[in-house]
Design a protein around this ligand. Sequence first.
Ligand SMILES: *Cc1c(COP(=O)(O)O)cnc(C)c1O
Length: 362
Amino acid sequence: MAEPASTRLTIDLGALTHNHAVLRGQAAGAEVAPVLKADGYGLGAGVIGTRLWDDGARTFFVARLSEGEALRTALTPERPATIHVLDGFTAGSGRRLAAANLTPALSTLPQVSAAQAWAASAGRKLPVALHIDTGMNRQGLAPDEARALVQSTDRLRGLEVGLLMSHLGSAESPKNTRNIDQLSRFLEVRALFPQARASLSASAGSFLGPDYRFDLVRPGISLFGGGPEERPDPRLRAVASLTAPIADVRNLRPGDILGYGDSVRITAPTRVAVVAAGYADGIIRAGRAGGYAWFAGARRRFLIVTMDLLVIELGEAEAAPGDEVELLGSNALLDDLAKASGSVAHEVLVRLSRRAERTYVG
Ligand SMILES: *Cc1c(COP(=O)(O)O)cnc(C)c1O
């Protein structure tokens, strides 16, 4: 007997390698330093990081200290790499940062002081990055704060500033003048740290052109197939594919009300498939408005998304229980689902849950 079909998340490491190569081409001259925060955008930072290291990546970023520790463990001593922690030098983190050889990206003056005090008491140089806020107003030292640091002789003593970084707020819109404003602020601060490497761009910024590349770019989402302009980009391949079996095929009649509440009223005879996946698997419920699955060679629009089941319109397609539907992948596109969900590709990926069976291929 055949295996019963199940809801499955397939993670294609061949596609990851392909996207990594696309980014290296895009950012020619700069190092590509993958961002693997939130467990590699939910896809498994250990496996993803190992593959990217084998493809040549030597510098990584994570958000949390614990993510850095996990990535260090996964890379093992055979794969030495610089791992930056975007949370920076949080309270009491000195010993753990040192033990796992992690580099904090300092983003406030208190963090700089705490890191400096720790380095002094440990009697050793602490490698750090400095995160500068050039206009996103979320995280980072103000340019004036960075200037004050270099002007005093001892506020950076014991710290080895290896990287100066900032983050763009509107890079997905290449024409937005906010990019140029942030770039010019970054250039001013960079002049204060001539010995440090510099990094301004994440995925989207990597596509903005040579002025935005500096020494190192920090892509996350485009490694996983998310387009730099928040829409599908044919140069990139889908790394995550979510498929699910059809549980039932039903014929709805005019006057039927589908699912919870009464918002989906059927006005014409409609064949639908009930699919064994829902928001508990990561298909965001809001995605029903405009979202689609791929089945029998065409897009089939979502009618409802519930926790464990969703319903798609079949049209004339032949379908039977057990047939597989693609909810995310090379036909049901990540950026399209993100848009339908009123969100971004990043959120769609990190919400893919542990319930679907995971397989790594490629
Ligand atoms: C998340 C993040 C990135 C990666 O962003 P993508 O849009 O996924 O490429 C890079 N830098 C910083 C500071 C981040 O927070």
